[in-house]
Ligand binder design. Sequence first.
Ligand code: FO1
Length: 317
Amino acid sequence: MPPVEGQKIAGHRITALGGGVGASRLLLGLYEVSDPAALTIIVNTGDDIELHGLRISPDLDIVTYTLAGIVDPAKGWGIRGETFHALKRLAGYGRANWFNLGDRDLATHIHRTALLAEGKTLADAAELIRSALGVKARILPMSNDPVPTIIESNEGPLHFQEYLVKRRSEPVVKGIRFKGVEAAHPAPGVLEAIRDASRVLICPSNPLISIGPILAVPGVREQLRVRKTHVFAVCPIVGGKSLKGPSDKMLTQLGHDATALGVAKLYADFTGTFVIDPADQALSAAVSTLGMKVAVLPTVMKTRAQKDTLARALLNL
Ligand code: FO1
């Protein structure tokens, strides 16, 4: 019997893979409707960047702040009610200010950087930050090794944040690489979390630069393939448009279809069930021919109720 509205869904061990803002909407729903202590989130760290001598991990912070209930709800990143006095002073010293680091957010980056300098790993830092902020789910970086996402563009190679934030996704994308990924190791617990989960969820994040880096860490894609029947992927493209960010533009520029079918092709080797929005129902048959089951569920999550409804539906599939 499906549980009644408001009741937690018990009995699942969920492992979710995701990036930042798009993933966080679904993660908040999962956190609400299931046991947060049975939820493990494997987060992209390809977006990580060093600025002003600080190690910044945007996707880890977005996920952590969202589940802690302190994220800026309008932007989906940073901290609610943030001020930017330190950044203005840094700009006064002639430092770059294109990446908007708020005063409270800076405390996280100072803390993380200090922990790393004291010999802790990125995973140790993520664990200490999430527990200090009262988040009950386990949040793992995909790797403790730096694997920066580099966008090969018509303007030359750009760090992903330079492409996205400084250049507002305007350069034409010619290729994507994850620098150093061949020698990177999954963070402790990543492969085990995929192996031991009753359900693995691929969040509706950018398949190329949010999910792509996680899949590129040696061993991750192979472990997902082993668990294929338990892997559910939520499509981040609805009606040919990204739910968030430049996924559609990037897919097109790299020669993929910017449709649910285009994303399904990228995930077919390790996904058992591909979740599409009712707007893309007409693509169901084509997705099935790739060897996946198709589930049609409303995937557009603007309100809290929509996030919880999708999370519940995914766990009840
Ligand atoms: N996104 C922006 O569009 N502009 C910013 O200035 C910016 C600053 C920023 C600071 C901390 C942080 O954790 C995230 C921040 N983001 C900003 C979001 C981030 O660039 C991306 O949304 C993610 O990396 C993609 O998941």
